[in-house]
Design a protein. Structure first.
Length: 143
């Protein structure tokens, strides 16, 4: 089995709450607007997600932030969301202009959505299972 360093090499990995309906819809949106297939994905709750969190000394039980791992740097919350938009097709890449606002200001709104996401958007019983067409885009453990 690959070590976590081999898995992370040359990848832009998005970690997300695998049971959150809003988070899963966001991942579907990213996939639809990432024609160059820059991003790979893993639920925060997965073994790989947990290994990445531990490697960067992050809380392994707090799933209320999208995380982007790019060039051995972790981006969280609004920083991650805006960094991701830079690589999306269409006008979405222009949302990165919101980086002109201070992170604490953007994260204030991010945190409101994150804390209420289950109540507003619902929750699944388990993490998503990618379709066979999308399996290559997800870092999943082979059982």
């Amino acid at each position: 089995m690959n070590t976590i360093e081999n898995i992370l090499l040359n990848k832009q990995i998005i970690l997300f709450d695998g049971v959150c309906n809003f988070c899963n819809a966001s991942i579907n949106f990213i996939i639809d607007h990432d024609p160059e297939k820059r991003f790979t994905f893993a639920p925060l709750q997965s073994k790989i997600g947990q290994d990445i969190l531990r490697k960067f000394n992050k809380n392994t039980e707090d799933f209320d932030s999208v995380i982007l791992l790019k060039n051995n740097t972790l981006y969280q919350k609004s920083d991650a969301a805006l960094e991701i938009t830079k690589y999306l097709s269409g006008f979405w890449k222009y949302l990165a202009i919101f980086k002109i606002f201070p992170t604490f200001f953007l994260n204030f709104f991010y945190d409101i959505i994150a804390k209420n996401r289950y109540r507003i958007f619902g929750k699944m019983d388990s993490c998503r299972i990618p379709t066979s067409e999308l399996r290559e885009r997800f870092l999943i453990e082979n059982s």
